[in-house]
Design a protein. Structure first.
Length: 138
């Protein structure tokens, strides 16, 4: 059974870890416990080395601290999720995180390198709008 990117399985009777709905446990935690006879202690997490949350082979699992786990994922996300964009006002080239680009595209098609450029762009848009629709001024 899927739970987000992870797999839930029916936990055996002797499983000492957390059970969801008194029946299920995460497969990667179960596999780690089965091979190492320990559950992740407080402040520790199990990391999937190859990044595939469904690949729960013991060779793909490693116990790390919560801070190490955040650092690993921050480093991976910051390297692979960068997109090169040109500023709509000054045409300067800059980088943005891919997920933020998708969110901005839902609202508008313009990207700005700074707030200063964003305000300049909005002023130009407002002036253009007023010149096209003078009746909106009152």
């Amino acid at each position: 059974m899927k739970n987000g990117p992870y797999e839930l399985i029916i936990a055996p009777e002797n499983y000492p870890g957390k059970k969801y709905r008194n029946r299920y446990c995460y497969e990667h935690i179960y596999v780690y416990w089965l091979h190492n006879n320990i559950l992740p202690p407080a402040g520790h997490e199990i990391h999937h080395i190859n990044g595939d949350h469904r690949d729960n082979r013991i060779e793909n699992l490693i116990l790390v601290t919560s801070q190490e786990h955040r650092d690993i994922h921050h480093e991976l996300n910051s390297k692979k999720a960068q997109v090169k964009i040109n500023c709509a006002t000054c045409n300067k080239e800059f980088f943005r995180i891919k997920s933020r680009v998708r969110k901005t595209l839902k609202r508008s098609f313009n990207f700005y390198c700074s707030r200063k450029c964003q305000y300049r762009g909005l002023e130009k848009y407002a002036q253009k709008f007023v010149s096209m629709h003078p009746s909106t001024l009152g």
